[in-house]
Ligand binder design. Structure first.
Ligand code: ATP
Ligand code: MG
Length: 220
């Protein structure tokens, strides 16, 4: 199976604090992987490193078979653009633009094909059609989160890195979003998801916990 993401011997220190001690992780195409772990254990840091937004202190990061941590920044950005989409823990929507425009600007940046059709589809899937002309400050927390998810879906990226993507949603909405992710996953999108929600674990084909700077298989 095609290797989508691999972290080899990744360590990350902030000053003298060693957040990631020794991370080895490999995602194949079609994987749907969860990472659990206490607050402050380094889950967001791991996702940032996995997608090339932050660099490891030591170790190698490979995306689609290519080592990216030693590339010059510009080259790294070009390489990952359109291939990796983030759903951040704290969603960064453009406050001066509507829901539709947020999706449109992002899609244009990535030169997404058939953008209008794609946005309409994503608005429908995420039940945001009635909010399309709202600016973010008029949205609920859950609606904002769905726009952030929408951005990742519009990108059509084959790898989605999601940090607590349904943390602001009620249980029913979380289930709906994960059902949607699962459908995308079955059509080939690979997911790496940080979550605290143990009710969602049945969606994943592998679950790890991050504790003390290392990943371990989760044993319920
Ligand atoms: N840029 C930074 N500079 C210094 N320390 C940082 C930086 N980013 C993260 N840290 C530290 O690294 C540790 C891990 O942070 P991280 O955000 O990865 O945790 P997390 O597991 O995502 O936590 P949470 O569940 O609360 O989101 C924390 O102690 C944090 O203070
Ligand atoms: Mg975090």
């Amino acid at each position: 199976m095609e290797e989508i993401l691999s972290l080899k011997g990744v360590k990350k220190r902030f000053g003298t604090v060693e957040v990631l001690r020794e991370i080895n992780l490999s995602l194949k195409r079609g994987d749907f992987v969860a990472i659990l772990g206490p607050s402050g254990s380094g889950k967001s840091t791991l996702l940032h490193i996995a997608g090339g937004l932050e660099l490891p202190t030591e170790g190698g990061v490979y995306l689609f078979g290519r080592r990216i941590d030693n590339l010059p920044e510009g080259e790294r950005d070009r390489f990952r653009r359109g291939k990796v989409a983030y759903i951040f823990q704290f969603h960064y929507l453009l406050e001066d633009f509507t829901v539709y425009e947020n999706l449109e600007l992002f899609g244009k940046l990535l030169k997404v094909k058939n953008l209008k059709r794609k946005i309409e589809e994503v608005l429908r899937l995420l039940k945001l059609e009635h909010r399309r002309d709202f600016k973010p400050q008029k949205l609920s927390g859950g609606e904002r989160q769905r726009v952030a998810i929408g951005r990742a879906l519009v990108s059509g990226a084959p790898l989605i890195l999601a940090d607590e993507p349904t943390g602001n949603l009620d249980p029913k909405q979380s289930e709906e979003i994960f059902t949607l992710f699962k459908e995308l996953n079955e059509r080939g999108t690979t997911f790496l998801v940080v979550t605290h929600n143990l009710n969602l674990l049945r969606f994943f084909n592998k679950v790890y916990t991050l504790e003390g700077g290392v990943l371990k298989p989760f044993e319920g």
